[in-house]
Design a protein around this ligand. Structure first.
Ligand code: ATP
Ligand code: MG
Length: 464
């Protein structure tokens, strides 16, 4: 290959690598100053190239500049961490290697290669700060979470038991599971059951919410950090390493930063992780369960999840139906929660009045099972120690908000007039039923004239 071609290739490579490269000739003039170095030091390449180093970087001398040291004293510097302010006044941290190039005992050039680790340093500082705030390092903190198994899962609606049957099958292998369901539908419960009833049950189950942290911090948490010789950096295993042999639950995967998704995909493809700032590949064997409270269609369409990652995560898909689409489970769940909170609050509630059951069955539960649990918990806490039946009075504290949401739902596409008429019709029917279709007593109860009631009975075509 001709020298000219070779040079052209080299120049191309140099412009496209992430490391900054600065080369001086034997006279101390800059002959190479690549794009990455220019970005790092916030210097225009034209202001540096072909100029004497000492003129451009006036505050540097052979005492404090590794390039000049290499040029003057043939001194090589390997992986030296440097903190300095760039031209914009931003604090930059780099790891530099500077070498003299010696031919026939003569220094013909000096080369500096700089790796920008500013972001990593910042990330490591944030992790340390958070660790201090939390008190103990993550690795030694033992998270006491309640373990869930399939027999803790209550529900007998066909659309729900179908999902649970699929989850049980999934627990027998290690394929990635993607659980989609609205908030409070029981995604975590299902994920834990899959883990604790499968072959990985004696290994860790670790859950991480992907929406809770900024990208750099989440990256360090998932993959770990490595002592790279920069201040504060610690050798720290990430959640992948901590979950090795077990299961990692990536909650709200739809909120994971896009860039990080690419890194996650690489890990899943290769089954190796590399700690941030580290150099060695660590083999991992982790089952991934991910959850999303938005439908896969939406997150794919809106570009919230990378397609390639989604296909890897979605080997087994579980769509957990919202509670309003499995109303048969409402009372069963409510009774289970009554027992749970009886124990907790030392109460003796046995059941619920018919009215309470009716309203629970009608309500739409935007917060799903979690909301139902809160409703029952609050009602039980309102019950007297010797009360055995929950009635409407125990639920009043929550009524106004719920009623509002409920009414909106019941109104559907109807306008207020139509809705009110429907409501009036229902009230009249119910009152007539209660008074055995006696018009006089029903009118009294409704506080309207007999004739008015008769008129309405006709209007709504009510059969008496
Ligand atoms: N089928 C069920 N049987 C018993 N308890 C349930 C069931 N579904 C949900 N729960 C209870 O409801 C609460 C919420 O469940 P979970 O945390 O699994 O919901 P989630 O889908 O992960 O919600 P989010 O999207 O908000 O994280 C938990 O206390 C859980 O025990
Ligand atoms: Mg959850």
């Amino acid at each position: 290959m001709k020298a000219k071609e070779y040079l052209s290739i080299m120049q191309n490579i140099l412009q496209h690598i992430d490391e900054g490269v600065h080369v001086l000739d034997k006279n101390g003039n800059t002959i190479i100053y690549n794009e990455a170095m220019s970005k790092l030091e916030k210097m225009e390449s034209k202001d540096v190239i072909k100029k004497p180093f000492g003129e451009v970087f006036k505050n540097l001398n052979s005492e404090n500049s590794t390039l000049l040291k290499a040029l003057k004293f043939r001194e090589a510097t390997i992986n030296l961490k440097q903190d300095y302010l760039n031209k914009d006044g931003k604090e930059i941290t780099t790891i530099n290697t500077t070498l003299p190039i010696i031919i026939n005992d003569e220094v013909i050039a000096v080369v500096e290669v700089a790796k920008n680790i500013t972001q990593m340093t910042e990330m490591s500082h944030t992790i340390l700060k958070l660790q201090n705030e939390i008190g103990k390092p993550e690795t030694t903190k033992s998270k006491k979470i309640k373990k869930y198994y399939f027999n803790n899962i209550v529900g007998s609606s066909g659309n729900f038991t179908e999902v649970i049957d699929r989850a049980k099958k999934a627990s027998k292998n290690s394929a990635s599971v993607f659980i989609f369901g609205e908030t409070g539908t029981g995604k975590e419960l299902i994920a834990q059951s899959i883990h604790y009833e499968g072959p990985r049950k004696d290994k860790p189950f670790i859950a991480q919410n992907c929406a809770a942290l900024p990208e750099s911090l989440l990256e360090g948490l998932l993959f770990g950090t490595s002592k790279g010789g920069f201040t504060g950096a610690v050798d720290r295993a990430g959640l992948f390493e901590q979950a090795n042999g077990g299961t990692l639950l990536l909650d709200e995967i739809n909120s994971m930063p896009y860039e990080l998704q690419a890194k996650l995909l690489r890990v899943l493809q290769e089954n190796y992780i590399r700690r941030v700032g580290g150099t060695s590949d660590i083999p991992i064997d982790v089952r991934i369960i991910s959850t999303s409270n938005e439908s896969p269609d939406v997150i794919l369409k809106e570009g919230k999840i990378r397609k390639d990652l989604y296909y890897r995560l979605n080997v087994i898909q579980l769509n957990v139906p919202p509670l309003r689409y499995r109303r048969d489970d409402i009372l069963m769940l409510a009774n289970m929660f009554i027992h749970k909170y009886n124990d907790r609050f030392n109460k003796e509630v046995l059941s619920m009045s018919k009215d309470v059951q009716d309203s629970l069955l009608k309500y739409d539960y935007p917060g799903n099972v979690r909301e139902l649990e809160n409703i029952i918990m609050s009602a039980i806490s309102m019950a007297d120690d010797d009360e055995i039946i929950l009635n409407n009075n125990h639920f009043t504290s929550l009524d106004s908000d719920r009623e509002h949401i409920n009414i909106q739902h019941q109104m559907g596409t109807a306008g207020i007039d139509e809705y009110l008429e429907g409501l009036e019709e229902r009230i009249i029917k119910k009152t007539l039923e209660n008074y055995n279709y006696n018009i006089t007593r029903s009118a009294e109860a409704l506080k309207i004239k007999r004739q008015t009631l008769q008129h309405k009975i006709k209007k709504y075509n009510i059969r008496c």
